[in-house]
Design a protein around this ligand. Structure first.
Ligand code: GUN
Ligand code: ZN
Length: 433
C-alpha cells in the first residue's frame, strides 16, 4: 500500500465535487484481485485516516491538489499532426488534411512513433483513460495498444472501418475489414487495461454491408465498445439523407444496423431532434461532446439543455485533430462557451463542478466505466493527477483568492493547461508497487 497527502478532489455524486483540503488517499492492491491495477483503499481527512494507515509509506504534496485522472471520450491518435489545419468545414477538412495524413499509418514504424508521442501527450495533460480512433490499418491499432500497454494506460481503440467514399490508401475492403476487426478484438480486448472499440468512421464512409457486419460483431461481443461520429455538420447530415432517404434521421441509420447500445459512443451529436435524443436514451448510447473541435470546424453547438431534458449520457472529449488541444482544461472551458452559446442561452452556462465531472466521473459513467475510473472513491482504479495551482504567476495569484470550491475550479478551468499538471500517477501493476 501507499498513501498520498495533499488537498484531494473527488466526487460524492454526479457533478458533486468535494475538496478535502488536507486529505489522505490510500491506494493498494485491487480487492477484486485484478493484477494490473492499484485501487483506492480509502480517501478522507488526513487527521482522521492517518492513525489507521500509520504504517503505510506516505508521500506529501504540500500546496498541491490530487484529482481524478481525466477521461477523454473521443480522440484520434493519427491526427496529432492534423491539429490546427483550417478548412471551410468538416468534409473539406477530411479530404484535404485528414485522409492524406492517415495514409501514413500503413507503416508500422510510423504508427509506433506516433503512438509513443500520443500516449506521452495524453499523460502530460493528465488524461489517464481515452477512447481513441486509430486508422483503417490494423498496424495502427497494434502500435497504439502496444504503446498503451507499456504505460498501463486505460485505453480503448479500434481499426477504422471505411470501405467507401474514401481515397486509396485509407479505404478498406468490406469483408477483410470485418475479419481484421474480429481478430483485433480477440487479440486485445480485455488484455490488461485495454479495450476494443468497433469503429465505423461515419455513415458516409461505410457501405451498408460494412455497417451490418459491424452491428453483428457488436452483438457477438457485447462488452466491446462502439465508436463513431454523428450529426456533426450540416453538409454531412445532408449527405446521409441522400444515402438513406428512407431513414428517419442520421442517428437512426446506426440503430438500423444494430450499432446503438450501452458502450456505443457517438462523437458530436449536434444536429439532433428530440427523437434522436430519446433514441440515445432508450438504447443507452452516449455522446462524446467535443467543443474545441465544434468551434474550430464551425460545426455547431452541443445542446446541453436538450440532452439533460431528454436524459441521455454524455461526457467531454478533445477530438484532436478537429479539436485544438489535448488539455482537459481547454476542453472544459470550450464546453462552458458552448453551453453559453452567444447570448441565446440565459444564465452562466455550466457550473465548474459539472464541467469537471463531464471530463472525469461523468465521462467514465458514459463509457460504462462508472466506479472504475474518473473518481477517487474507494474501489476506483488509482489513476490521478497532482495539480499545482501555483504553476503560473496568474494561476497562483487567482487561485489564492478563491473563496469557494467553484471559484477555485473555475480559476483552473479558465487559466489551466499542461503546466498545471505536475505529476500523473497511473494505477500501477500491484507487483510493481
Ligand atoms: N467524421 C468522420 N471522420 C471524422 C474525423 O476524423 N473527425 C471529425 N471531427 N469528424 C469526422
Ligand atoms: Zn472524431
Amino acid at each position: 500500500m501507499k498513501a498520498y497527502r495533499a488537498s484531494i478532489l473527488y466526487f460524492s455524486g454526479p457533478g458533486q465535487a468535494v475538496l478535502e483540503s488536507d486529505g489522505l488517499l490510500v491506494v493498494g492492491p485491487d480487492a477484486a484481485g485484478r493484477q494490473v491495477v492499484q485501487a483506492v483503499q480509502a480517501v478522507g481527512p488526513y487527521q482522521q485516516l492517518a492513525p489507521r494507515f500509520a504504517h503505510v509509506p506516505t508521500e506529501h504534496f504540500p500546496g498541491r491538489i490530487i484529482a481524478p485522472g481525466f477521461v477523454d471520450m473521443h480522440i484520434h491518435y493519427p491526427q496529432i499532426d492534423v491539429i490546427g489545419s483550417p478548412a471551410e468545414g468538416l468534409l473539406p477538412w477530411l479530404e484535404n488534411y485528414t485522409f492524406p495524413h492517415e495514409k501514413r499509418f500503413s507503416a508500422h514504424d510510423y504508427s509506433a512513433q506516433a503512438a509513443m508521442f500520443f500516449i506521452a501527450e495524453l499523460l502530460r495533460n493528465g488524461v489517464t483513460t481515452a477512447l481513441a480512433f486509430a486508422t483503417s490499418h490494423p498496424e495502427s491499432v497494434n502500435a497504439l495498444f502496444a504503446e498503451a500497454q507499456k504505460s498501463n494506460l486505460r485505453l480503448i481503440t479500434g481499426k477504422v472501418l471505411m470501405d467507401q467514399n474514401s481515397p486509396d490508401g485509407v479505404r478498406d475492403e468490406t469483408e477483410q475489414s470485418l475479419l481484421d476487426t474480429e481478430a483485433l478484438i480477440r487479440r486485445w480486448h480485455g488484455v490488461d487495461r485495454l479495450g476494443y472499440a468497433i469503429t465505423p468512421r461515419f455513415v458516409p464512409s461505410c457501405s451498408a454491408a460494412q455497417l451490418r457486419g459491424a452491428g453483428e460483431l457488436a452483438a457477438k461481443y457485447p462488452d466491446v465498445w462502439i465508436q463513431s461520429h454523428v450529426a456533426e455538420n450540416k453538409d454531412e447530415v445532408a449527405w446521409v439523407k441522400g444515402l438513406y432517404p428512407e431513414a428517419r434521421s442520421y442517428l437512426s441509420v446506426y440503430e438500423q444496423f444494430g450499432l446503438m447500445r450501452p458502450r456505443a459512443i457517438y462523437a458530436h451529436c449536434i444536429h439532433f431532434d428530440d427523437e434522436d435524443r430519446a433514441l440515445m436514451r432508450s438504447t443507452g448510447a452516449a455522446a462524446a461532446v467535443s467543443p474545441t473541435s465544434n468551434l474550430f470546424l464551425g460545426s455547431g453547438f452541443f445542446d446541453y439543455e436538450g440532452a439533460d431534458r431528454v436524459g441521455f449520457g454524455y461526457g467531454l472529449a478533445s477530438d484532436v485533430g478537429g479539436g485544438t488541444s489535448f488539455s482537459p482544461f481547454h476542453t472544459m472551458l470550450a464546453a462552458y462557451y458552448v453551453g453559453r452559446e452567444g447570448q441565446t442561452k440565459p444564465g452562466v452556462s455550466l457550473s465548474p463542478q459539472h464541467l469537471w465531472w463531464q471530463h472525469t466521473g461523468g465521462a467514465a459513467q458514459a463509457l460504462g466505466l462508472g466506479g472504475v475510473v474518473g473518481n477517487l472513491l474507494p474501489g476506483c482504479e488509482a489513476d490521478f493527477v497532482v495539480l499545482n495551482p501555483q504553476a503560473t504567476p496568474l494561476l497562483a495569484r487567482k487561485t489564492a483568492q478563491a473563496a469557494s470550491l467553484d471559484e477555485l475550479l473555475f480559476s483552473m478551468i479558465v487559466l489551466g493547461d499542461d503546466r498545471l499538471v505536475e505529476r500523473v500517477v497511473i494505477a500501477a501493476p500491484a507487483s510493481a508497487a
